[in-house]
Design a protein around this ligand. Sequence first.
Ligand code: CTP
Length: 407
Amino acid sequence: MTNLSGKSVLLIIGGGIAAYKSLELIRLLRGKGCAVNAIMTRAAEEFVTPLSVACLTGRKVHNALFNLTDEIEMGHIELSRSADLLVVAPATADLLAKMATGQADDLASTALLATDKAVVVAPAMNVRMWTHAATQRNVETLRRDAIQIVGPNEGEMACGEFGPGRMAEPIEIAAAIEAALTPAVLPLSGKKVLITAGPTREPIDPVRFISNHSSGKQGYALAEAAVAMGAETVLVSGPVNLPLPPGAQVMPVESAEQMLKACEGELPCDIAIFAAAVADWRVANAAAEKIKKDNGRIPALAMVENPDILKTIAQRKDKRPAIVVGFAAETERVAEHAREKLARKGCDMIIANDVSATTGVFGGDNNKVHVITPLGAEIWPEMSKRDVARKLMEKLAHELAIRQAKS
Ligand code: CTP
């Protein structure tokens, strides 16, 4: 049993002398239990016959875009949709150029443009064509489009020249296909991450509230990073103006009390990150009806302290998450205040950021953080909130793995 068994590959054979090696590739793939559908370009048929390809794939070979029978049996969209992966071997300079520029004027290029599947490409061409600036530009574009390039190898070429341009060997292409079809083991798969984000709103009356300037960007970026690392991600969010991070379960809340209740309802979890800017106080005597102006009399607002969500969860006796992370917004003596907060709240890590007016952190896209743990402090260079999120989630995944291995 290999990662190829039960899979289906759409092989696009371009017109080059290396097309004969594609026959061997088909044999290898089928030997590992992988079904192969083949598309041949018109030029490919000058090098190998559709009959040879059909014999080896055990299936009809597709070669014409406007073939009515084909469109009824299996249209070009369906051809790429039913495959787990597309492979172009040999990929000629012409096919690479078409892919890089999104052309679709024959069945091969149309199938390549109509797919959202992974694509592995094995270029094969004369050394000068390969090293030409135009081809290298196209290859660079394809790499940026996440197309995987295998080879070409260096060696003597059919045209008598020497250099890079020989198609990778079928065994190398099959290995690249197998790797592309092997699901990556994500560092947080099977783990649950709870994140709070945004401000809270503490009502004064049904139309007024006390809140703050938190944009929620750092917390949302953390949720995005946790999802990308495979975690079951719950984002308890105060009111913000941001697109929901795909793949996260978002629980909208308004007040600190609602935020705490939502977080407690999500325990147990493996990692909890409290990035929300929770209002420290709420109005004790919030009015049930809108407070009206009363001949210049100013309403007196009595304030009471809100529950500290981070502290409450970090100091729980039961269902305490394995790692609890707090944020600290400071305007001066950042690290010193953060160390004090780490001890006072009982959490495992504090991410401290300088939110003094000159830094532009509040509402901005960048962040410069100090990462404080009981073992010491790291100062990270200024980077985007997305990069802070990725780097932090990687650090937490690593830390979680160590803690869980020890316990
Ligand atoms: N926090 C919380 N619940 C609160 C207040 C804060 O969960 N009621 C969390 C925040 O999400 C953040 C950390 O605690 O992770 C911030 O701690 P806090 O003591 O509020 O620090 P600052 O907001 O930086 O304020 P202060 O300067 O008053 O310490």
